[in-house]
Every structure is written in C-alpha cells, then in structure tokens.
Design a protein around this ligand. Sequence first.
Ligand SMILES: Nc1ncnc2c1ncn2[C@@H]1O[C@H](COP(=O)(O)OP(=O)(O)O)[C@@H](O)[C@H]1O
Ligand SMILES: [Mg+2]
Length: 208
Amino acid sequence: MIVLLGSQKGGVGKSTLAVSIAAYLLELGKTVMIVDADDQKSVLTWYNNRDENLPRVPVVSATGNIKNTLLEMAQHYDYVIADSAGRDSSELRSGLMAADVFISPLRPSQMDLDVVPHTCDVFTNAQIFNEKVRGYLVLNMTPTNLFVNEGNLAAEVLRDFPAMSQASNRICDRKVFRDTWATSTTVFEADNEKAKEEIRKLVDEVIL
Ligand SMILES: Nc1ncnc2c1ncn2[C@@H]1O[C@H](COP(=O)(O)OP(=O)(O)O)[C@@H](O)[C@H]1O
Ligand SMILES: [Mg+2]
C-alpha cells in the first residue's frame, strides 16, 4: 500500500505525519519504508540524526518521477509512505499516479483553506489515471482548547470540497510533535498518550 503526503503549502505537517504514521505502522508489526520526495530533505535529515540505538525507521530519498520507485518499493514493504514538497511538484503529480491513499494536511487557517481548491483539482486530475486513489484532507495543528472553535469552522468550509474526503479524525497542535521531531524521534517514543491516540485513530480511519 502506497500512502502519499502532499499539499500546496509547506509547514502543514506532512513530514511530521509521515514519520508518525510510519512509527504507528511499525508498532503494529508492519514493514514500512518512508520515501523522502521533498528536495528540502527534512525526513532524511531527521533519519540521519536519529540515535542508532533506537528502532530503525527506514528512509530513502527519491526525486523527479517517483511513480515506478513507489510501485517497486510497494512490492517489498507492507506500507510505503511518501512525503512530497509543499508545492505542486513532479514528485506530487507522479506520486499520485501510484498512491493508494493521498493525505493532504492543512492547518485550520484561512491561508491553508485558500489552497484547498487547487489541491482538489490536482487530486481529481490524478484520479482520471489512477482510479483507486483515495484522497483525504486532514486538519492538523487544531487548537487543543475546546473553547477555540477554529477546527470546527475549518471543517465546515471543507465540506464545500467534496472532491476529497475530510478525515473525521484531526491532529491537535501539541508540543510533543515539535519536540520529538527535534530529537529525531516520534510521538510513539514519547510519553504523550493523546498524540499517539490521534495518530492511531487517523491511520485506522484513512489507511488500515
Ligand atoms: N500536530 C502538530 N502539533 C505541533 N506542531 C506540529 C504539528 N505538526 C507539525 N508541527 C510542527 O510544524 C512545523 C511544520 O511541520 P512539518 O511536518 O515540517 O510540515 P511540512 O512537512 O508540511 O512542511 C514543524 O515545526 C513541526 O514540528
Ligand atoms: Mg516536510
């Protein structure tokens, strides 16, 4: 199964979700390979800085037309998680030709909502050639404060874009996601049950 993360914007949580999703799948005993298809190479840097005594979360990089690379890897791993750049790119477009699941994270902000139509267009065009691909908009970095309603307001706006499904599970803004990234670990190696539960529920909903 090939899972592609992509968006028209950087900083929405693609790389964070890529390693978190991979860590959960590894915890379930699945074989996983992360493909860093972003020329900024964030995930590869995360991997290179990772303590060698920690469980291995394998990462390779690929650029340009990644379709065949992803299909080839999917023969050898239960899950291939591809992380693409925060813009329309050949990696995003070619990755969509191979993906089973496309995940596009966004923050509950007007600027992120503004690019959703373009993301949906790219996805809809890809579906013409890859009919099996399922696409999900995933709200990330939503406020944990229940009195701040931004998450629900953004979810409301996303209903206007039926070309992609809206994941009903959201990921909150939690410091543990930033802290674990800084130490080249994942939330599954940290002591924060809420963050882990959010990732588990999202993966259960859109991937498993
Ligand atoms: N759910 C979250 N809670 C808190 N911080 C987050 C969360 N998701 C991502 N971040 C932080 O937001 C920034 C951008 O995330 P990143 O995964 O690098 O985005 P992208 O790969 O889309 O550019 C990073 O500093 C990351 O640690
Ligand atoms: Mg990234």
